[in-house]
Design a protein around this ligand. Structure first.
Ligand code: NAG
Length: 171
């Protein structure tokens, strides 16, 4: 019950954040949230909901994310870079997916995650969510590309230090 309540609160905040960024963009593109904040702000809302410090945007990590997103520009495959960082990736068809939408998809996994037993409901994924809230992760950098040939949108966030160590709780 308690977990459900908190999940409801943070998702409500997130939806508000998404709506405000969308309406700003519609009225005045100059005042829309920057790409950085579209990735960063919703992740920090979700971290705050479980008492974690905000992630800091890091240029070095962001450059890695940009480099890797560019590797995917021609195929848009939902494939990991297997680099030194934690990594959440997203793919969507069309060309309109926003950073905030990618983050929302990742953090909605919270509803499948059980903190008490550090487990995920059968058949579901929780790893994107647990990486976002991982306590020891301090820095993040993300990138978005629209792939060539109408193959869709690819987005990636990298996390330093990486989270999701098997057998460890995120916090
Ligand atoms: C999160 O990490 C900090 C710094 O390492 C530590 O002091 C704190 O106890 C941790 N919080 C939780 C909830 O594990």
């Amino acid at each position: 019950m308690c977990t459900l309540f908190h999940a409801t609160i943070s998702i409500t905040l997130l939806v508000l954040l998404l709506l405000s960024s969308t309406s700003n963009a519609a009225i005045n593109p100059q005042s829309s949230l920057s790409l950085v904040n579209q990735f960063l702000a919703p992740q920090n809302v979700v971290r705050k909901a479980v008492g974690m410090k905000p992630l800091i945007w890091d240029e070095k990590v962001a450059n890695y994310a940009k480099w890797y997103a560019n590797q995917r520009r021609f195929d848009c495959d939902l494939r990991h870079s297997n680099g030194p960082y934690g990594e959440n990736i997203f793919w969507g068809s069309g060309d309109e997916w926003t950073p905030a939408q990618a983050v929302l998809e990742w953090v909605l996994e919270k509803k499948w995650y059980s903190y008490g037993s550090n487990s995920c409901q059968g058949g579901e994924q929780c790893g994107h969510y647990t990486q976002v809230v991982w306590n020891n992760t301090e820095r993040v950098g993300c990138a978005r590309v629209v792939c060539s040939g109408g193959k869709g949108v690819f987005m990636t966030c990298n996390y330093d230090p990486p989270g999701n160590y098997v057998g460890q709780k995120p916090y």
